[in-house]
Design a binder for this molecule. Structure first.
Ligand SMILES: Nc1ncnc2c1ncn2[C@@H]1O[C@H](COP(=O)(O)OP(=O)(O)OP(=O)(O)O)[C@@H](O)[C@H]1O
Ligand SMILES: [Mg+2]
Length: 495
């Protein structure tokens, strides 16, 4: 095993000497040695090895030596070394005698033929000698397991249709459409104002679809810098870049494989990216950056936007072909003011959630306070309603909220503000300066009327006659108006 014909004679003898001392060292320092011949039969064991024999099930050395090694040492890999000619420098071997750290070295004749294998038991009881290493390994394994589970958890959809609160005609209809879309594999396009629940519905569609067991992956067009979008979508091949991305990175298409890819804020997608996305959707293949290879993908696309896409198409700011590709199952998500009858239910559900997250008691609202909330225009929709409720929860000492508190928070939040409100500002922020309301006068007047009626009903505890008197209109015209506002008819009324 030590001959090297390239060496001069004296060097050759030093090498042989070194080999012999190594052998002696291992023979003395190890826990045992065993030799097998080219037929994988045990031909020799040393004194130390002998003490393992009883544990391996042999009383006498003669019953052990001479036998095929795989018959007398369970789980041995010596034959593998014979076959491959490659050493196994370190390995864990567990059998009925215990667990051992072992080394297996092929032995060759002068012609280089493998003629046997030397097995060395480096140490036994690795659970004590290798404890620090094993502990570290176990901890890393646990961390990996946790990280994987966390990732899988994050990629599951957070909401189901049950999370979409609402029993109004509009809410029931949008859920019906979304449920139907869930069963189809075609692209879904969710259209609606900010805060109406588009993202929530995207999650719910995934959760109700046959892809529910696979990942739900979102890309927010407005949140990713334009230069990074392509890598974000399609990934980067290993070696395409130096530095952080040297190892390559999976894109969202790959991460969503078998599941749903949610394109949020679709209207904010840059033109250059629109071209690339369209091509990918048409071909059913993506090309990771720097790879020159097309990889097929299997994702269902759900897209959402609060922008007026047809208008953007007309203005040349959104590609018409991509629009038609994604507009297969369009779902219009109605604004809150079109489903005011859902406000009490939403208040209840949102307050429950706020209390659960904040650990405080759940807020309660009387009829008047609820009516005040229901009458708001809610330009920021459910997100805005939620912000107002959060403010109330933060500020109020008692869980029972009175109308004056609601009024105060609404006013400070700039509600009912004339400027479009995306997010209700924090309590400390000054109310936004009033701006010109871009809506038609009739709509503004109708809104004012609705609010006045709601407030009057709230003040009179739902008594319609008293409310009509307060407003200076007849009972009949109050009824007329109530009938014309979907939702207000569900305000608490007693007479
Ligand atoms: N029907 C609903 N029932 C309960 N909560 C809802 C409902 N719709 C929306 N929400 C809640 O309102 C908030 C806003 O919803 P979401 O983020 O889905 O809106 P969006 O339409 O995606 O808004 P944007 O266009 O601004 O991104 C979330 O906290 C969501 O959980
Ligand atoms: Mg959204």
């Amino acid at each position: 095993m030590t001959r090297d014909d390239r060496l001069p004679r004296d060097a050759q003898s030093i090498l042989e000497l070194a080999a012999r001392s190594m052998f002696d060292l291992f023979a003395n320092a190890s826990e045992g040695m065993l030799l097998v011949d080219r037929h994988a039969r045990v031909v020799w064991i040393n004194d130390q090895y002998r003490r393992f024999l009883p544990a391996l099930g042999f009383e006498r050395e003669e019953d052990f030596v001479g036998q095929p090694v795989s018959q007398v040492v369970q789980h041995t890999q010596m034959h593998r070394v014979l076959e491959t000619g490659k050493p196994i420098l370190i390995d864990l071997l567990t059998n009925r005698a215990g667990t051992f750290v072992v080394t297996r070295i092929p032995l060759r004749d002068d012609a280089g033929e493998v003629i046997g294998v030397l097995g060395i038991v480096l140490f036994d009881h690795p659970e004590t000698t290798l404890q620090p290493l094993i502990t570290k390994f176990a901890r890393l394994e646990q961390d990996l397991h946790d990280a994987r589970r966390e990732l899988a958890h994050q990629r599951r959809s957070k909401y189901t249709f049950a999370s979409f609160v609402g029993t109004s005609t509009a809410a029931v209809e949008v859920k019906r459409q979304a449920r139907r879309a869930a069963q189809s594999g075609s692209p879904v396009l969710l259209l609606g104002e900010t805060g109406t629940g588009k993202e929530l519905l995207a999650h719910a569609i995934h959760a109700a679809s046959p892809r529910a067991g696979r990942p739900f992956v979102s890309v927010n067009m407005a949140a990713v810098p334009e230069t990074l979008l392509e890598a974000e979508f399609f990934g980067v091949a290993p070696g395409a870049y130096t530095g952080a991305d040297k190892k390559g990175r999976d894109g969202k298409f790959k991460l969503a494989d078998g599941g749903t890819l949610f394109l949020d804020e679709l209207g904010d997608m840059p033109m250059a990216m629109q071209v690339k996305l369209l091509r990918a959707l048409q071909e059913g293949e993506i090309e990771p950056l720097g790879s020159n290879q097309l990889v097929p993908f299997d994702v269902r696309v759900v897209a959402a936007t609060s922008r007026d896409l047809p208008q953007m198409v007309r203005e040349g700011r959104f590609r018409e072909d991509l629009y038609y590709r994604l507009n297969v199952l369009p779902i219009r998500v109605p604004p809150l003011r079109e489903r005011q009858s859902d406000v009490p239910l939403l208040i209840e559900a949102l307050c429950e959630d706020i209390a659960a997250r904040g650990g405080g008691p759940q807020l309660e609202f009387g009829a008047e306070a609820q009516a005040l909330l229901a009458a708001q225009p809610w330009r920021g929709n459910i997100r805005e309603l939620r912000n107002v409720l959060e403010q109330l929860a933060l500020r109020s000492d008692s869980p029972l909220i009175d109308p004056a508190q609601v009024d105060e928070v609404l006013r400070e939040a700039g509600l009912p503000a004339l400027a479009p409100v995306r997010e209700a500002p924090r309590a400390t922020a000054p109310a936004p300066a009033p701006d010109i309301d871009p809506r038609p006068l009739a709509e503004q007047v109708a809104e004012l009327e609705r609010r006045a009626i709601a407030q009057a009903l709230a003040r009179t505890g739902g008594n319609r006659s008293a409310a009509a008197k307060l407003l200076g209109i007849s009972r009949a015209s109050l009824y007329d108006r109530l009938a014309s506002f979907e939702g207000l008819s569900e305000f608490p009324t007693t007479a």
